[in-house]
Write a protein that binds this ligand. Sequence first.
Ligand code: ADP
Ligand code: MG
Length: 236
Amino acid sequence: MITVTGARKDFGTFRALDDVSIEIPSGTLTALLGPSGSGKSTLLRSIAGLESLDAGTVVIAGRDVTRVPPQQRGIGFVFQHYAAFKHMTVRDNVAFGLTIRRRPKAEVRAKVDELLEVVGLEGFQHRYPAQLSGGQRQRMALARALAVDPEVLLLDEPFGALDAKVRADLRRWLRRLHDEVHVTTVLVTHDQEEALDVADTIAVLNRGRIEQIGDPDTLYDAPDNQFVMSFLGSVS
Ligand code: ADP
Ligand code: MG
């Protein structure tokens, strides 16, 4: 579904991505895991088209999108600090992407109802973002990203700003959502436990390179090198 080949990204003299290649199969939930500054966001932003690569290619659903602008890549994006429209209700926030595409009202209503149910916000549709908890706001953000049926959902530390208990709840909830919707999802996190808990596949990044890609059990039980072992081993 997503194939990144030989990705390189420099910021001045600093190499943020150094010959990164990864294949992300359709319908999977893949975590990009690594310490702060390892290049996770840069890799995700490159897939999204928010960074342009200095070398390498990005192919999404068989189409080379390396030079294609973000809005034409068929992706939904959720950041850690999600910018909701404060003056719009939950319902209107979720509907936003459909409304600006001038989709028929009945279609929008049905789609939004479905998504609010999927993210467990049925009873909250007339509230405003300020009247939601942090966890509820991130669920609204996910519903909004999913509203336009993206081929790919990119999540950059979406739960990072929340406390541990809420994060754990959202994690389980993201896994359920993914099992239901099956959209190809890439989750950036520095939290080993989060990655081990929700991802089908984990790519471990360190200093702009991928150290190992594998399923959680393999990474945990058979790390390829010292870095992967100590990073995954530091689960609290
Ligand atoms: P992560 O998401 O893993 O914490 P990032 O991909 O955000 O890491 O950043 C990787 C490295 O690239 C960091 O050292 C960061 O300071 C640097 N970097 C990222 N974006 C920029 C930028 N726009 N300009 C300069 N340096 C950047
Ligand atoms: Mg980051």
